[in-house]
Design a protein. Structure first.
Length: 165
């Protein structure tokens, strides 16, 4: 079974980092660093567009944002992250991850278990949030803690426990 808490963490981490990035001037949203996906803005658009594609591929709502369109702004991305993050939480509780479905891609037809795009959403989010943090860190821009320990503290899952990082 897929842990719903993983999806809650994914949503929390996205919203945390989006809040940091929303405070950046427009020119800083275009910053990049070697080894990362692209600019901060472009990485966010890619991350959330893909998240919505994963949701659609397991029978959730249709994709509402696209990398093929212009950058909609940080507030629009925050709203989409809130919506798609919550939908991933709900889907992780409401579908049988071991069901196999048939899909079509530009490369042809294929079969996959429903857990594949759900787990990919978690991995993909972590990967690209790391890219954004690399860009921010490279420029000396603070972004706070976003690891699972920070999430656990934020949701009071570590009461009376001293955490060593």
């Amino acid at each position: 079974m897929i842990s719903v808490e993983s999806f809650r963490y994914n949503k929390w981490a996205n919203l945390h980092l989006l809040k940091v990035c929303a405070g950046l001037p427009t020119e800083q949203l275009e910053l990049t660093a070697p080894g990362t996906y692209g600019s901060i803005a472009g990485t966010w658009l890619h991350l959330l567009s893909a998240e919505q594609r994963y949701i659609e591929s397991v029978g959730g709502s249709e994709q509402r944002i696209s990398e093929k369109k212009s950058f909609p702004g940080m507030e629009a991305l925050r709203r989409e992250a809130e919506r798609s993050g919550e939908e991933l939480v709900q889907l992780s509780q409401g579908i049988d991850p071991d069901v196999t479905v048939e899909r079509t891609s530009p490369q042809g037809r294929y079969r996959q278990k429903l857990w594949v795009p759900l787990v990919q959403a978690i991995h993909h989010g972590n990967d690209h949030r790391t890219h954004i943090c690399t860009i921010l860190g490279h420029r000396g821009i603070a972004y706070g803690d976003m690891d699972v320990w920070a999430y656990a503290e934020a949701v009071d899952a570590l009461a009376d426990i001293e955490v060593y990082r």
